[in-house]
Design a protein around this ligand. Structure first.
Ligand SMILES: [Zn+2]
Length: 206
């Protein structure tokens, strides 16, 4: 792409670093922003800067939070012995939307993926095992998407918890293989949490 302006070229380049945004889309978005009142762009830039500079992660579940402990973790009505293992905040939001779950979450921050260079040490698995060792967890529900990476991560955690007296379950697969949680409809997802099955049974089924 030939740009008449270095400023424009820089803005398009930065925009095109976002996932799923090619150079053409980046150019369209940047030109769109240019047409907006200047205040719009300022607000966008400031919101991103504020988020990046002050974002916190809950000390207990690692979800994005404005406070040291998130609203879910400090809610006394939630069952702290029941912990649902998810990849990121999108899964928390999807499960919360079902209104069917009263336990807490543990946000891993990704899935084990040798292809993408993500190992167990890059995720919050140590803190999860720590919670289990402290006897804080009675049941762990695996709710990662049923991709190879999701299955690998589930199995790794399952092995780490062996002998700790934590029962492990997995959400029922009303959700097709490879579907991401955030795309499952609320009724299906809600049902699959209520009808969860022992994790070992899911291993035999494969
Ligand atoms: Zn939390």
């Amino acid at each position: 792409m030939d740009f008449s302006s270095k400023l424009l070229e820089n803005a398009v380049y930065e925009m095109s670093q976002l996932p799923g945004i090619g150079k053409r889309t980046a150019l369209r978005l940047v030109l769109h922003l240019l047409k907006q009142p200047k205040g719009r762009t300022d607000k966008l830039a400031l919101a991103l800067q504020d988020l990046r500079n002050t974002v916190k992660f809950c000390n207990n579940c690692h979800n994005i939070s404005d406070t040291e402990l998130c609203e879910i973790c400090i809610n006394p009505k939630r069952d702290a012995t029941l912990v649902c293992v998810v990849e990121d905040i999108r899964d928390v939001m999807a499960i919360e939307n079902t209104g069917q779950y009263r336990g807490l979450y543990h946000v891993l921050g990704g899935k084990i993926s040798p292809m993408e260079g993500v190992g167990p040490q890059d995720l919050t698995i140590t803190s999860l095992v720590h919670k289990a060792k402290n006897g804080e967890v009675k049941e762990l529900i695996f709710a990662l998407s049923s991709t190879m990476e999701g299955d690998t991560t589930n199995f790794y955690i399952y092995k780490q918890l062996e002998g700790l007296g934590v029962s492990t379950t997995t959400i029922a697969r009303g959700i097709a293989v490879g579907d991401e949680l955030e795309y499952a409809d609320e009724v299906t997802l809600g049902r699959s949490i209520l009808n969860r099955i022992p994790f070992e049974a899911s291993l035999k089924a494969n």
